[in-house]
Ligand binder design. Structure first.
Ligand SMILES: Nc1nc2c(c(=O)[nH]1)N[C@H]1C(S)=C(S)[C@@H](COP(=O)(O)O)O[C@H]1N2
Ligand SMILES: [Mo]
Length: 562
């Protein structure tokens, strides 16, 4: 994601008609809206120069990304949760829009500050640069010199701001000029030409020269735009990752997944695909911009409580005996009935085989996996060494992992929520103990352990639908990864729970679809669903997503026409 230079926010005038004259701001002072605009375009230049410098210094030094990421990491769990609830997989777009709005306001404020005092404006811009520098230097993937782009950008921004504000005219205007200004306005709506004429009559030192200001502001805007486009183009590593992904030829698995049974897709129009297309797969992570990892330099280190450290390159990984498995991934933040869940065919190396090379010590009980961007997940060692298909995955539905799903390598562990298992862009596995290490979400109030809770949802019909009376097709999906769904029941209003028809199972590690034909009678109705795994039926007790996943029965409301 490339930074968007904020549009200089037009500062609305609250002073009545006289204030519409751009040279007559509040209280007879210089034009505040010009100063605010100067702050805006200077901020755009700051960002463009900083991002351009970051493209040269290396990935991970982008101040925009660093500040945003620091913000993401500092966001309390409840707020992030609210954002996911409100915006779903668009939570990041909402965050970026929010950041740009805040930035526009801050930028205008630097302009107003600079109008009062040049050094004050400079100090503010440099302070903001320092924030970017600290944020960038303290990121997990910070290169050496990570602080540099922010500082260079801030320096350029401060120079631009001072030059512009100087051209926006003096702050306090002598009474004589203020008076002349008012007289000009009294003549009615001041057109641009009239205004210029008015200004030429004024001493150049006392009243702003609008042309000079506009010329300078345009120059800064053009520089910012050119810099921004250049930064986007020079973003070399991004292109390296994209190009490298295009060249990858995935090896044939040593063990292929069994074909998906024809009966795995429930025969109801509108039920989701039983294997989720990559483009449709939900995306949840803390990465403000998708990490771009060059597989040529990717390396995984296995260390900690092990007999011997192991490192693995991408080529070595591709040359290993890879296996294929369908696994359904679910997010702990998925509300009852939500869609933060997807099923894909993964290709990868069983984590257990890699761990066997390292030989975990007997006192270890957890593997802390770390992403290139610093995200961590704590996975029970037992789950990674039993016979399930916990994979170090390189392929998703027959293609190399999409960048946003963890290219070049991620973890996929059947039976656990993603936050404790599915580390994308993974580069480090530390064999350790739950007593000694906390993962990213654990320190933010989520449970250190996150087995998936048995869940089910109704996909057809949609809640709120109006339906004809008679036979209505009802269908949806249920999941209980690594235990398997053994039954699904449906209830209408306060009627009895009745068994739905289960579609064929792909494996116990995947979701399972279901269908049911309802003989609908006119009126308002509530339809509820619950699934069963071998240990029993899904609980109807309602629990929120924090700290270890929501529970409760999904229900929809429909109207049947008379
Ligand atoms: N590096 C990294 N990996 C991550 C996360 C993250 O924030 N960063 N989020 C996890 C969570 S909470 C989930 S639910 C899954 C989602 O994987 P997906 O985006 O491929 O669907 O990724 C997991 N892996
Ligand atoms: Mo998640």
């Amino acid at each position: 994601m490339e930074p968007t230079p904020p549009t200089p926010a037009p500062v609305s005038d609250r002073q009545g008609p006289a204030a519409r004259h751009p040279a007559a701001g509040a209280t007879g002072a210089g034009p505040r809206s010009w100063a605010a605009a100067a702050g805006g375009v200077s901020a755009a230049l700051t960002l463009a120069v900083a991002e351009l410098a970051a493209a040269v210094v290396g990935p991970g030094s982008s101040p925009v990304n660093a500040v945003g990421s620091a913000f993401v990491d500092a966001t309390p769990a409840w707020l992030k949760d609210a954002a996911i609830a409100a915006f779903g997989v668009h939570d990041k777009t909402a965050l970026v829009v929010g950041i740009l709005l805040v930035l526009a306001v801050v930028a205008a404020a630097t302009g107003l500050a600079a109008r009062r005092s040049g050094p004050l404006g400079t100090a503010l811009v440099l302070a903001l640069g320092a924030v970017g520098a600290v944020a960038a230097a303290t990121r997990a993937d910070a290169p050496a010199l990570a602080a540099l782009p922010s500082l260079v950008g801030a320096a350029a921004g401060a120079v631009a701001l001072n030059r512009l504000v100087a051209r926006a005219g003096p702050g306090p205007v002598a009474p004589e000029h203020a008076h002349r200004d008012e007289a000009g306005d009294a003549g009615g709506q001041t057109g641009a030409d009239e205004h210029e004429a008015d200004l030429t009559r004024s001493p150049a030192s006392a009243l702003p020269d609008r042309r000079a200001f506009l010329r300078a502001a345009t120059l800064v805007t053009v520089l910012a735009a050119v810099g921004g486009v250049a930064a986007a183009t020079v973003n070399g590593v991004g292109r390296v990752a994209v190009a490298a992904r295009d060249r990858i030829l995935l090896p044939r698995p040593r063990r292929s997944a069994a074909p998906v049974p024809a009966g795995a897709q429930a025969p109801v129009d509108g039920v989701v695909d039983v294997v989720t297309r990559n483009d449709d797969f939900y995306r949840i992570d803390t990465a403000l911009t998708v990490p771009r990892v060059d597989p040529a330099t990717w390396e995984l280190r296995v260390h900690g409580l092990v007999e011997r450290e192991v490192t693995l390159t991408f080529d070595e990984l591709l040359a290993s005996d890879l296996v294929e498995a369908h696994v359904t991934l679910a997010c702990v933040s998925n509300p009852v009935g939500g869609d933060l869940v997807g099923n894909a065919l993964w290709l990868g190396l069983p984590v257990r085989e890699l761990l066997a090379r390292a030989v975990p010590r007997p006192d270890a009980d957890m593997v802390l996996s770390t992403s290139v961007d610093g995200f961590t997940a704590s996975t029970p060692l037992e789950v990674l060494t039993d016979d399930r298909d916990a994979l170090l995955a390189v392929g998703m539905n027959g293609a190399p992992l999409p960048l946003e799903h963890g290219f070049p390598v991620r973890m996929v562990v059947p039976g656990l929520y993603g936050y404790v298992s599915a580390t994308k862009w993974v580069t480090d596995l530390e064999v350790t103990r739950f007593a000694d290490q906390d993962a990213y979400w654990t320190v933010r109030g989520w449970s250190p352990q996150g087995p998936v809770k048995t869940s089910s949802r109704i996909e057809v019909p949609r809640t709120g639908a109006t339906l004809p009376a008679g036979e209505v097709a009802v269908g949806g999906t249920a999941w209980a990864q690594h235990r398997g769904v053994v039954g699904v029941e449906v209830q209408v209003d306060t009627g009895p729970w009745v068994a739905a028809t289960l579609a064929d199972e792909i494996s116990v590690d995947t979701w399972r679809q279901w269908s049911w034909t309802w003989d609908a009678e006119p009126g308002e109705h509530v339809i509820r669903v619950r699934a069963a795994d071998p240990e029993g039926s899904q609980t109807g007790d309602e629990a929120p997503v924090v700290p270890d996943g929501a529970t409760g029965w999904h229900e929809i409301r429909v109207t049947v026409r008379g």
